[in-house]
Design a protein around this ligand. Structure first.
Ligand SMILES: NC(=O)c1ccc[n+]([C@@H]2O[C@H](COP(=O)([O-])OP(=O)(O)OC[C@H]3O[C@@H](n4cnc5c(N)ncnc54)[C@H](OP(=O)(O)O)[C@@H]3O)[C@@H](O)[C@H]2O)c1
Length: 205
């Protein structure tokens, strides 16, 4: 099976920040349903930022057809695997690790090994397609993971929900410092939404 279609859907401020403002969460997840992804791919830092809330979150059954959650976690930092698998958003959880990733003796979770020192993202995406039936992967993360995907030419589509404000200095940007020319981004849709939100979609080449 070919590598899945990889789309990053991210809420940003006008300065490109992904943090330091209150996104329109309901609208964000309504739009995220556009892709009906097979796998949600998250960065470890995105999960770590949610761990306090996850511990207290109610447990419920995931709906039929819910995606698998795969977390890039080369350093075995994520702890709340049980909660991630029980909050009703995902059908299951999968830790993406490298050969050098430390063991997680107290946190049993299925693992996919890709790469030597840190997760090889290309290999991991191919394995998600081949072994987990992933045709569409939606990236839910900040610029750390999105930037790494852009640098390796692994991002096929970028979806930005742009909020009309400036988050200010010291915030994370959606691209994590990656560089790309205008030729890399082809606009496929632009839509003005309520409260001056704008939804932009680009094909990434
Ligand atoms: N506005 C939004 O739509 C939105 C969405 C999601 C998250 N967020 C916010 O974004 C923040 C987290 O974003 P973040 O950018 O700090 O982190 P992140 O993208 O969640 O996590 C960085 C991930 O990238 C991996 N990584 C980085 N470079 C890599 C490479 N070369 N090869 C393989 N893996 C690589 C890291 O792997 P390791 O595990 O090896 O370290 C880590 O898993 C949180 O505050 C969260 O709330 C915002």
């Amino acid at each position: 099976m070919a590598r899945p279609h990889v789309v990053a859907h991210v809420a940003i401020a006008l300065d490109g920040a992904t943090t330091g403002f209150a996104p329109a969460v309901g609208r964000f997840y309504e739009l995220a349903a556009t892709w009906a992804e097979d796998v949600t791919l998250a960065g470890a830092d995105t999960i770590l930022a949610q761990e306090p809330a996850l511990r207290a979150a109610p447990r419920r059954q995931a709906p039929v057809g819910a995606p698998l959650l795969a977390v890039v976690d080369s350093r075995a930092r994520v702890r709340e695997w049980e909660a991630l698998g029980s909050v009703g958003h995902w059908s299951g959880v999968l830790a993406l690790r490298a050969a050098a990733t430390p063991p997680r003796p107290h946190h049993a979770v299925p693992e996919l090994v890709a790469g030597a020192e840190c997760v090889d993202l290309a290999e991991a995406l191919t394995a998600l397609g081949e072994h987990h039936g992933a045709r569409v992967v939606r990236v839910d993360s900040g610029g750390g993971l999105i930037g790494a995907l852009v640098r390796r030419g692994l991002l096929d589509e970028l979806s930005l929900l742009v909020h009309p404000l400036l988050a200010g200095p010291g915030q994370q940007s959606w691209h994590g410092g990656a560089q790309a020319s205008a030729a890399a981004f082809e606009l496929i849709a632009a839509e003005a939404l309520e409260r001056d939100l704008v939804w932009l979609r680009y094909r990434v080449g």
